[in-house]
Design a protein around this ligand. Structure first.
Ligand code: C6P
Length: 428
């Protein structure tokens, strides 16, 4: 740590190595970051839970609402056309952002949770039967566990769990050994929301495809922090939420390969997903509209597209480099806090992790750590992070977790380390 250097814009070692001009964390573009919390400047270290919104996203939603708002794919009036055009343009911008082969592969859903439930309900009930196997990992968020348990109950499918090593990395040898002729789906997170572990998706895709299985990737913690090309990594389904990528709540994306989506039945029925309806029979629309029953999140789609553009303009390689450097800087600082133990990471196990660090402090419950830090305006998350099986695997009831976003600075890390020093003093 270089405590004497306090500039918010100080360049971290390593961030320039990814090319382009030195990265400057754009705090001033995020209105909420200028508000004090408990009399101190807000230090937002809870981006893995949800990211704060830049003015560009807020403005896009406001401008659309003020000038082009109407329901989509319905009205023949001017605003109906304008809103529909904006909504479908947003879909195209998202498709380009993730490297989809077309906008028709992008389904707007409520968030990653709904995206995974959609695949379980639609693909799962059609293509997975009794005795077929679904493989998840010990790293998964509940959103990538419970939908498969529900599918298991309704179909008699078998749910297998690929183990991780103590350092939080996936055991690829054991995963490969679990794959077989009954494996229908491998469903893995891209980046762990607890440890920041980045899974080798392209390798997992090759393994899954070698036995004829499909691969679903939960990309919630990846898309805002590193460049993702869904086709290049070999995924078959890719799920993520807008609110974690500096966009609004209430919208997320399920990307699926065109031929898979075309073969899948609808997830929900209602308006807009049909070509025609009589009491005798209904003719369905093609994807993506087949999977978007009811009025979709129209304003939010415009916000999500603005978030994609924002991330593209800043450069995901630079964002990734900045957050990796912040992680390294934070690990140095955390190592100076007495009684603090980083969970499942650090030391020789860094291997390109994302900007998420979990830790415990001797004799202090993680909720107390978070509460004391909040008194200094520092927001972190404490608890099981919706990953209870992972907590059991790591033999901890809960952790304190810091997660970085593109707006964080070394000064934020310095505030965190100082705050943790106060936690130590409060709890003796
Ligand atoms: N993780 C966290 O603090 P939704 O709620 O649908 O937007 O995202 C669910 C989800 C799925 N997968 C991963 C890897 C996630 O991290 C999350 C959300 C937040 O870690 C809230 S629990």
């Amino acid at each position: 740590m270089q405590a004497s250097e306090t500039s918010k814009t100080r360049e971290l070692s390593g961030t320039a190595a990814v090319g382009g001009p030195p990265y400057r964390a754009p705090r001033e573009e995020f209105p909420i970051l200028s508000r004090p919390v408990n009399g101190r400047p807000l230090v937002w270290l809870d981006t893995a839970a949800t990211a704060q919104k830049p003015r560009r996203v807020l403005d896009a939603m406001r401008s659309f609402s003020e000038t082009r708002y109407a329901n989509v794919h319905r009205g023949v009036h001017t605003l109906g056309y304008a809103a529909t055009q904006a909504y479908e343009e947003a879909r195209l911008r998202v498709a380009q952002f993730i490297g989809a082969s077309g906008a028709d592969e992008v389904i707007f859903v409520r968030g990653a949770t709904e995206a995974i439930n959609l695949v379980a309900a639609s693909f799962g009930r059609s293509f997975i039967s009794s005795g077929d196997e679904i493989i998840v990992t010990e790293l998964e968020h509940h959103s990538n566990i419970v939908p498969w348990q529900l599918l298991r109950e309704s179909t008699g499918a078998v749910l297998k769990v690929a183990p991780i090593a103590d350092d939080g990395t996936l055991d690829l040898v054991q995963l490969e050994a679990m794959l077989g002729s009954r494996t229908r789906l491998v469903a893995v997170t891209h980046v762990s929301n607890v440890l920041g572990t980045v899974l080798p998706i392209a390798t997992i895709a090759r393994m899954a495809h070698a036995v004829g299985a499909h691969l679903l990737v939960d990309g919630c913690q990846a898309v805002p922090h590193r460049f993702v090309d869904v086709q290049a990594i070999g995924a078959d389904f890719y799920a993520f939420s807008a609110h974690k990528m500096y966009g609004p709540t209430g919208i997320g994306v399920l990307w699926g390969r065109r031929e898979l989506l075309a073969a899948m039945p609808p997830y929900q029925g209602g308006g807009e997903m049909i070509a025609s309806v009589t009491f005798e029979q209904t003719t369905l629309k093609h994807p993506p509209h087949r999977f978007e029953a009811g009025t979709p999140p129209i304003i939010e789609a415009n916000g999500l597209a603005a978030a994609c553009d924002y991330l593209t303009d800043l450069g995901l390689a630079r964002i990734c480099g900045h957050e990796a450097a912040l992680r390294a800087y934070a690990l140095e600082g955390l190592a100076t806090v007495p009684g603090l133990r980083v969970i499942g990471a650090g030391g020789n196990h860094e291997d390109g992790r994302a900007g998420i660090i979990s830790f415990t402090m001797d004799g202090v419950h993680p909720h107390d750590v978070a509460t004391v830090l909040d008194g200094s305006g520092i927001a972190i998350r404490a608890g099981h992070h919706c990953a209870q099986p992972l907590m059991q695997r790591l033999s901890v009831p809960a952790t304190a977790r810091v997660s970085f976003g593109l707006y964080n600075t070394t000064e934020d890390v310095d505030a965190l380390v100082a705050g943790l020093g106060e936690v130590g003093e409060v709890f003796g």
